[in-house]
Design a protein around this ligand. Sequence first.
Ligand code: G3H
Length: 477
Amino acid sequence: EVKTYPAYLKGTWQESQSHETIAIQSPWKHDVIGNVQAVTQSEVDESIHAAKAAQKPWAKLSLGDRGQYLNRWADELEATKDEIATAVMNEVGKNFNDAENEVQRTIDLIRYTVQEALHMHGQSIRGDGFPGGSKEKLGIIERVPLGVVLAISPFNYPVNLAASKIAPALMAGNAVIFKPATQGSISGIKMIQALDRAGFPQGILSLVTGHGSVIGDYLTEHPDINMISFTGSTRTGKHLSQKSIMIPLVLELGGKDPAIVCDDADLDVTADNIIKGAYAYSGQRCTAVKRVLVDDKVADELVAKLKEKVENLSVGSPVNDSTIVPLIDNKAADFVQGLIDDALDKGATLVTGNQRDGNLLAPTLLDHVTQEMEIAWVEPFGPVLPIIRVHSLDEAIEIANKSKFGLQASVFTQDIDKAIQIAGAVEVGTVQVNGRPQRGPDNFPFLGVKASGMGTQGVHNSILSMSREKLTVINLK
Ligand code: G3H
């Protein structure tokens, strides 16, 4: 029997007054695995109202007390790790091992966030540092919460990318409205069931599921939302930044992360990292390697190594821990197939792949990709990797920077001076030297520039972005 999940509004599990639910289809079971509530605007309103009321007493609690709630949440997640990982696997098609790692990473992140918040502190400043200023002006700078934070998470990390917004928001003293991606809602609900069991004060967090067309803009434009943290597509991120009114935004959006491979690179290390970077979870990661810019002198050798590894990737069902799993839906598979077809039409070489069974695409490697092909610039979010051969470092940097995206870049070389030179020249949030792009470890800052985002995440920076400075000046006699 297919389960219908309630929404978590004002601290209670409820069916929506809309009497409408949304069916969640598994990307690999090809069956409806559950229904979630289509929450109404007035329910959103009431949830935000309750969050606003709950926030003040929550912020008054000591950091230690808030931390205890969050640690209890982490304990509850740990106790139901397998159940939540299974929900992630069924709902978004992530293999069980990766799904379990996602839940463990979340438990670690919550506990680390508690510790980080406990160890953050304010500053004081005297006025005499500025011409004409006086020592008798003593400024005390503290960090205070923003109010109600709207956390919007994507399908590909339905647990981790939700908790990495919710935990810092709560530790900073905010209330939270959590809107999961519809495909990902069941995983989000399971995670919030654990939060509910931890006994948080009523209303401090509400989980609203529903149609973006009904509640998306309503949430974004709501006058009692004080900050938005969003992970998802660049298109939606841009829309959000147009709709939101004078509130801070943190946006983590798409990417087209290049792996720049120099002629002196250790090609075994390089190939290993490129394969893991490009094909894990079928490439459905913002930080996936999405293009290789390789020096022509070593391109043949690199392509041969990549080919062998791609052909050894496991393809199939997430229950069998396959690396290559069915994409989130058929539309996504059509999109990736369109990019492959365009490249092949325009003369790219198919090294391996280009087979399809519904939304399961074989891992595909394309060589001799040129700048005229869409795959050179568009983010596929699927298991296809284009190789663009370059003839100089300058050319690699130029193509790297021509992208509208600027999330991360990898540089493979054994020459540290060259690595630093390239790192300085590429316009991205993070450069990985001899490693694949990735968000973690989660104590690192994580940010994208250009169309890849705005603001910085990572535990410390998320706490900062969900709080603000408050200055109290004591005018001493
Ligand atoms: O999809 C975007 C995520 O932030 C990527 O995280 O590098 O840990 O896979 P990850």
